[in-house]
Design a protein around this ligand. Sequence first.
Ligand code: TYD
Length: 135
Amino acid sequence: MTSPLVQLVPIPQRGDARGQLSVAELGGALPFPVRRIYWIYGTQLGVSRGFHAHKQLRQLCVCVAGSVRIVLFDGRREESVALDSSAKGLLIGPGLWREMHDFSPDCVLMVFADAEYAEADYIRNRGEFIQTKRE
Ligand code: TYD
C-alpha cells in the first residue's frame, strides 16, 4: 500500500454567531512546534509558485481566504489538492516537490514551519530532486 502524498488535517472551528475562529495548536492540528510563519497573498493572476522541495522542513499550509491548488510530487507519483477552507490544513513533510497553482486573487495562504528559513534546506531543481529520490 502506498500512502497518500496529500495529508489533510482538520482544523477545529470555534466560530459562533459573531463569526469564525479557527485554531491550530500543538497537539491539535499542529504536529510540530512552530518556529516560523509566513503567508502568501496578493498573488498576480496566472502566477504559480513553489517549484521546490525541502530536505528537512515540515510545514502546515492553511488557505485562510480564497483558494489555491497545491501539487505534490515524490519523484514518482503526483497528487493535487484544492485548498479553499481554513477548516483544513495540508501537511507537507520533507522530500516532497511542491507547486502552487491557480491562486484566487483573494487567496491568503498561511504556512506554519518547524524551522527558520534556510536556503540550504531547499532543492530548487526538479531534475536534482528526482535524482536525490533515486539515491
Ligand atoms: P520562495 O521560498 O522562493 O517562494 P515560493 O517557493 O513560495 O515561490 O521565497 C521567495 C523569497 O522569499 C526568496 O527570496 C526567499 C525569501 N523567503 C524568506 O526570506 N523567508 C522565508 O521564510 C521564505 C518562505 C522566503
